[in-house]
Design a protein around this ligand. Structure first.
Ligand SMILES: Cc1cc2nc3c(=O)[nH]c(=O)nc-3n(C[C@H](O)[C@H](O)[C@H](O)COP(=O)(O)OP(=O)(O)OC[C@H]3O[C@@H](n4cnc5c(N)ncnc54)[C@H](O)[C@@H]3O)c2cc1C
Length: 396
């Protein structure tokens, strides 16, 4: 045998698993297709890496089994993530909504933590190692990878598949885990891009495009959930944190509701303004909350040039609907090229929630994004990747 375990994929989960296995005195070999480990960590959070969320719990995860992550999150908590990085000189700074980023450091430093601990423990990370095949033999796994056109075979008693999800194929994302799972009869929960910008086409396209670059604080909702954050208009549709969040819950053909003024009620504001100064134009009132550009764009729907005192009941109703129930029917999403994560994945019913071992194939473990566990935007996906990497390491 070449090692106690082979880990396929040097992403967030695989790297944490290698490090934790090192603490336990287990020797692993990590195989990574890219020329460097941690490609997605490096680009995450705009290169700053939102590495966890202070409020992470099972509630911010989408999965056919919402309880699945609970055991992992008990074994490896948010405090464990914070302490782990602090030990290696990365202190967390909250940006917003509990999102922790390295203070005065960046994503490169996060990857460096893992590579230097791996060096210390002699855990090998072999890059440019594209795993092509896994054979399940009597009491071990035989893994074949290609490096510089050469086929190399390794064996180990335990195997970890942490090859991530489908987003950003040009960064090395593969369907390796999903293909392997299918081949071995493991169920898969249908996959789709998530945390992804949404596109608008047809008659509304121009209206959205004119606002390209504008950002508005909103409440975005569908019949399942709502998020209060910014939306960003682009020349092809909508992005920004609130849209990325709702995209994970959005299904093609569905209308989403945007409350453009979530912390106020426009009818009350109009009533008050009519009492104080009925001559105020609707545009003047709206400009207190929006950029001039955005108010002007609302002119397509609203009588901006009218003094508030002369608005009819029908107009007030229209204003209320437009501001608080702005309906958008996205044409689609920007796909895996722009998605931050994958929704769906290997069905968690196939996996022990306590050990992350595959129920049908003993000594094989799955962790990270390839499983049907999808976090909200805000550091949750890394918390899952670290936690699952830790849990697997305990069982190698
Ligand atoms: C642009 C962007 C920004 C993000 N920002 C954040 C953020 O700030 N906070 C957050 O929590 N989450 C963020 N995410 C999500 C986060 O990056 C992922 O959820 C996380 O990296 C998943 O970890 P993983 O280990 O499962 O997979 P990955 O980190 O994707 O690692 C899988 C690895 O397996 C390798 N691999 C695949 N197939 C093979 C093969 N056949 N042979 C060998 N190696 C293989 C891949 O090259 C890859 O390195 C972001 C994602 C993107 C795309």
């Amino acid at each position: 045998m070449n090692a106690d375990a082979i880990i396929i994929g040097a992403g967030a989960c695989g790297l944490m698993c290698a490090v934790q296995a090192g603490y336990l005195g287990k020797k692993v070999i990590v195989l990574e297709k890219n020329e460097k480990p941690g490609a997605k960590i490096l680009i995450s959070g705009g290169g700053r890496c939102n590495y966890t969320n202070q409020f992470a719990s099972a509630e911010q995860f989408i999965s056919a089994n919402p309880h699945f992550v609970k055991s992992s999150f008990t074994q490896w908590t948010v405090d464990d993530t914070i302490n782990f990085f602090e030990t290696y000189g990365i202190n967390g700074k909250e940006k917003t909504l509990g999102q922790l980023f390295p203070d005065e450091k960046n994503a490169k430093d996060v990857v460096q933590v893992f590579t230097s601990i791996c060096d210390d423990f002699g855990q090998e990370i072999r890059c440019n190692a594209d795993v092509k095949d896994i054979e399940i033999l009597d009491n071990h796994f035989q893994v074949t990878y290609e490096k510089n056109g050469k086929k190399i075979v390794l064996t180990a008693e335990k195997l970890v598949i942490s090859t991530g999800g489908l987003p950003i194929p040009k960064m090395g994302a593969t369907d390796f885990a999903l293909r392997f799972a299918r081949k071995h009869g493991l169920k898969i929960v249908e996959t789709a891009p998530a945390l992804v910008p949404l596109t608008i086409t047809g008659k509304d396209e121009e209206w959205f495009a004119q606002l390209s670059g504008n950002s508005v604080f909103c409440e975005v909702s569908n019949d399942q959930i709502s998020f209060e954050e910014n939306i960003l208009f682009t020349h092809w549709g909508l992005s920004g944190p609130a849209i990325l969040q709702i995209s994970s819950f959005w299904r093609r053909g569905e209308v989403i509701n945007i409350n453009l003024l979530p912390h106020h009620h426009i009818v009350s504001l109009l009533d008050e303004e009519r009492r104080l100064n009925g001559k105020t134009l609707l545009s003047t009132l709206l400009n207190r909350f929006y950029t001039k550009k955005f108010t002007e764009a609302l002119g397509k729907f609203l009588p901006l040039g009218k003094p508030v005192a002369s608005l009819t009941n029908a107009e007030i109703h229209l204003i209320e609907q437009t501001i608080h129930e702005f309906k958008v029917k996205p044409a689609g999403d920007k796909g895996y090229d722009k998605a931050e994560v994958m929704r769906g994945g290997i069905d968690t019913n196939e996996i022990s929630s306590k050990t992350l071992e595959c129920k049908k194939i003993p000594n094989l473990f799955f962790g990270g994004e390839c499983l049907d566990v999808t976090g909200w935007l805000g550091g949750y996906n890394f918390q899952w990747a670290w936690a699952s990497g830790f849990v697997i390491a305990q069982n190698l």
